[in-house]
Design a protein around this ligand. Structure first.
Ligand code: ADP
Ligand code: ZN
Ligand code: ZN
Length: 728
């Protein structure tokens, strides 16, 4: 038997396979590594990615191998180093190979769409348009469109639409010969590092931070700097160095941080092309942005979590802003952490990484201490601004109404009277966290979860925030028949309502997932905030991150107490980070800031270093607590979670898994225990926490487990979470 001429391709295909499958390459097809092919799988034709091309060996069962159906790409879409990253992800997170590889591709490419760039023409002003005073145009919307183009330069119709400029408005400009459409033909071009705007003169701390980053090899710089200390300026100057050397830059930001404000800061600085990749794009926009990056037309990619796998020729630097942010961790299917994947990618590519945060994760701080990362601290606010004053309000000694204490209310009035803006943070959306019978104490529960229903006044509904179940609020108590039913506790909607009554002249601008469902809506609220005079912003987490509120001088934190008593090992780290981040929104403009924290436990030692605004001491304290317990970053964790309609089944499966794991050296297990929210959407969840002092031992035990147990078996399903953010 001779098999000399038979060529095979190893192809990663969708499905629960831990590696690629082999296919024959028909003689008339040419196949390259990193390209997509359509191949038969069971009775279907699916899209896969070629990871190896080779001659058949004696081990290949040639008669069983099917031929490739179609080759979709003549050239590779993913280069060898990205293929390595994807392979690493599937091994590290112990998940299907295909999920990792396909994660690198935008949806349309995953579905087999052509990798041709569909180019949109740009609308560009003519010389007449450049020079016309916008107010001379009659139509209001047309004059706004003109002004926008005069300040921002040419843009595609979809960019214009995103800024609220619709087709008829720019069409009108074209009819008046104030603008014309310019077809795009963009060629790959090397980054230049040319600046549109001169850089700021770095202060000493910024300068020494920049000196700690080495351009030509893998190294990680942890840039710890209080909010407003000028971290972004350090990123910009590091990026300028990279671009000037002809290399490209990938910037990752948290979900909520990718606003036009953020993008503008990069665009205003660099002449080089920038593309943004985030969840607000349509499939087609994402497809195009991704291909522009892949072709080398973009010098800078700014994106959220999944952008970590964007192909960029000559990648020279990765920047991760707010590296501690939980949105970098994917919480379903392939549960990867974009920061950790980025660091692996940088190591493969032998390039530097900057991790920036005012509140670095304990993992990164630990790496900085043991010398694996460089560590630079920016302790002063840039531009000489004072740091805000932080104080607690003892709720035990205060009158309060709708969750807002008298003292806070006076301070709000004071700041408003001085023409300032106020930000109130409350991590609970809806009107009230429960619907309650004042006669007997009954509270409305979700019929499908172990959770209370939240009352939403705007819709007059009780809603489960865990499974989405909605109902009309009961008017008669099912337990005692009383009609004295009412909302209990306060959420953002209630705070908003109270504030409207107390400050009828003042705009109240709400930021939460009910008020803001799209990126556009977020931008509108940010815009409203910028344009308003005295105003109150009320919101959840959404307010904590990255936004620059020039006129906010008072921040009120209504309630963070829950974070003190949660059983989750990261809860205090997260609560502390949240406090620092929210507090950091105060006084970013010219006036000094004030931060007031309402608490029922104002003397809790947890708050002490935070009130001193000493995050380094706070994180030291947490690290010291974690070390003896072998918790991350000193030990390594994985979480197994099982869901079933029958609680016993979920618990038994995890108990079996515990026995399986304990046969391996160096493994400790905790549980199985019912999850904190043990019933959600009608299923019961149990959790098993697996711990080891050595990462290699953890993987050695989990790898055979993943192969041994099917993920889904009748009523039961389970998943594995490596390096979990939560263990509950
Ligand atoms: P961070 O990213 O740490 O929150 P920014 O980079 O946004 O901080 O800086 C906060 C403000 O200080 C910005 O308005 C920025 O322009 C200004 N700034 C930063 N660095 C300097 C500097 N070296 N000199 C003067 N102003 C600076
Ligand atoms: Zn009752
Ligand atoms: Zn529910």
């Amino acid at each position: 038997m001779t098999t000399t001429a038979v060529q095979l391709a190893d192809i990663v295909v969708p499905g629960p396979f831990s590696g690629p499958l082999s296919y024959r390459i028909p003689v008339d097809l040419s196949v390259v590594v990193g390209a997509r092919c359509q191949v038969p799988l069971r009775n279907k034709i699916v899209v896969g990615i070629v990871v190896e091309v080779r001659s058949a060996s004696n081990d290949d069962k040639l008669d069983k191998l099917k031929p490739i159906d179609t080759v979709l790409d003549a050239t590779p879409l993913l280069d060898a180093s990205l293929l390595d990253v994807a392979q690493w992800m599937s091994r590290y997170y112990l998940y299907d190979a295909a999920s990792a590889y396909l994660l690198a591709l935008p949806t349309l490419l995953r579905n087999g769409e052509s990798a041709e760039l569909i180019r949109e023409a740009r609308v560009e002003l003519t010389i007449a348009g450049e020079h016309l005073e916008a107010s001379q145009l009659k139509g209001k919307r047309q004059s706004e469109a003109l002004l926008w183009l005069q300040t921002h330069g040419a843009a595609t119709p979809s960019e214009l639409r995103r800024h609220g400029i619709d087709r008829p408005h720019w069409r009108g400009l074209i009819d008046k010969r104030l603008a014309h459409e310019v077809a795009l033909s963009v060629e790959p071009r090397a980054p230049t590092g040319q600046l549109r705007q001169s850089p700021l003169t770095l202060n000493d701390e910024q300068q020494s931070a920049l000196l700690k980053l080495h351009d030509d090899a893998f190294n990680v710089l942890l840039l710890e700097g209080v909010t407003g200390s000028g971290k972004t300026e350090v990123y910009l100057q590091a990026m300028a160095r990279t671009l000037a050397a002809g290399k490209r830059v990938l910037v990752l930001v948290p979900e909520i941080g990718l606003t036009p404000q953020t993008l503008e800061r990069f665009q205003q600085r660099f002449a080089d092309e920038l593309v943004a990749l985030h969840s607000g794009l349509t499939d087609k926009e994402r497809h195009n942005a991704w291909l522009q990056a892949q072709h080398g037309e973009a010098a800078i990619v700014v994106g959220t979590r999944s952008a970590v796998l964007t192909p960029l020729p000559d990648l020279g630097l990765i920047v991760i802003d707010e590296e501690h942010d939980a949105s970098f961790k994917q919480q379903d299917t392939l549960r990867y952490h974009a920061r950790d994947v980025a660091i692996f990618r940088a190591r493969q590519a032998d390039i530097p990484v900057i991790l920036g945060s005012a509140t670095p994760s304990l993992e990164s701080l630990h790496n900085a201490r043991n010398g694996r990362y460089q560590h630079a601290e920016l302790k002063q606010r840039a531009a000489g601004r004072a740091r805000p004053q932080l104080e607690t309000i003892d709720m035990r000694r205060q009158q309060h109404e709708h969750g807002i204490s008298e003292r806070l209310r006076y301070r709000i009035a004071d700041h408003l009277a001085q023409g300032q803006q106020v930000l109130l943070f409350l991590n609970r959306r809806g009107y009230a966290p429960s619907w309650f019978c004042s006669a007997c104490g009954w509270m409305a529960d979700c019929p499908f979860c172990d959770a209370r229903l939240t009352y939403h006044r705007g819709r007059h509904q009780t809603i489960c925030h865990h499974c989405g179940y909605q109902s009309r609020p009961e008017t008669t108590c099912p337990d005692c028949g009383s009609h004295e039913l009412m909302p209990l506790g306060a959420g953002t909607e209630r705070a908003e309502e109270a504030l409207e009554q107390w400050f009828p002249q003042i705009p109240i601008i709400r930021f939460d997932r009910d008020a803001i469902t799209t990126a556009d809506a977020l931008n509108r609220q940010l815009e409203r905030t910028r344009e308003a005079g005295p105003a109150i912003l009320v919101g959840t987490q959404m307010l904590a991150k990255g936004h620059h509120f020039e006129n906010v001088t008072l921040v009120g934190i209504l309630d963070l107490d829950a974070g003190l008593f949660s059983a989750d090992f990261r809860s205090r780290e997260r609560t502390g980070q949240l406090l620092v981040q929210v507090a950091g929104r105060a006084g970013r403009g010219d006036a000094a800031g004030e931060v007031l924290l309402q608490s029922w436990h104002p003397d809790h030692p947890f708050f002490e270093p935070l009130l001193q605004q000493d995050y380094p001491r706070f994180s030291d304290q947490l690290l010291r607590e974690r070390q003896p317990a072998g918790l991350p970053p000193f030990g390594f964790l994985a979480c197994l979670r099982a869901d079933s309609a029958y609680p016993q089944q979920a618990e038994n499966r995890l108990a079996e898994m515990a026995d399986f794991l304990l046969q391996h050296p160096g493994i400790r297990v905790f549980g199985p225990l019912p999850a904190i929210l043990s019933r959600r959407a009608g299923k019961h969840r149990f959790v098993l926490v697996v711990q080891s002092d050595k990462r290699s031992q953890l993987h050695a035990a989990l790898e055979p487990l993943v192969r041994h147990y099917p993920r889904q078996q009748r009523a039961l399903s389970w998943h594995l979470d490596i390096d979990p953010l939560e263990t509950l």
